[in-house]
Design a binder for this molecule. Structure first.
Ligand SMILES: [Zn+2]
Length: 175
């Protein structure tokens, strides 16, 4: 069994060193020291998206993660990319659409995103005039999890959203 007392100083030392060296982009957000390394979503993106959408929640974060991944994977500008989102009409599912809009740059205003009523939740990204496609479907177990542990109020949704931001894409979506 690991000795927490013995491990604490070295992990604290690592935190201070990595923070000083800028490894993992340590920074303060909402009064807490946070990392925005490869696994965690950039914390300022979460805050900005929450301001845009009006609140932070898991469906918004799922959309953010999907859109950010597609932008990176397809190396496309927001003008080249096109998103087709498939999910039920109405909140909380359509919060996913706002997340996709915010991180992918595919927006209603530019006309390069469309919502299609469907059971489940998935998104397809393509590039204009170029090959390449990203398809992400929410894992059934995540769909079940979101329906079996409904978040209580805005604070609960925000907490769950932050938790989802720390999960790997493969834990959330099937490609
Ligand atoms: Zn929402």
């Amino acid at each position: 069994m690991p000795d927490e007392g013995a491990r604490l100083p070295s992990s604290l030392l690592y935190l201070v060193i990595s923070w000083k060296l800028g490894i993992g982009n340590w920074g303060f957000a909402e009064g807490r020291l946070r990392s925005s390394n490869a696994r965690d979503m950039k914390y300022d993106l979460l805050a900005a998206a929450a301001r845009f959408h009006g609140h932070l929640g898991p469906w918004l974060v799922l959309g953010l993660k999907a859109g950010a991944y597609a932008r990176k994977k397809l190396a496309a500008s927001p003008f080249e990319l096109r998103a087709r989102v498939f999910c039920p009409a109405g909140t909380p599912y359509t919060c996913f659409v706002d997340g996709v809009q915010f991180s992918s740059g595919c927006t209603m205003g530019k006309g390069n995103i469309s919502h299609h009523r469907a059971a489940g939740c998935r998104v397809e990204f393509t590039r204009r005039d170029k090959p390449g496609r990203v398809r992400l479907a929410l894992r059934p177990e995540i769909w079940t999890e979101l329906h079996s542990r409904p978040s209580r109020g805005m604070a609960g949704a925000a907490r769950l959203g932050r938790e989802f931001a720390g999960r790997r894409l493969a834990e959330l979506f099937i490609q």
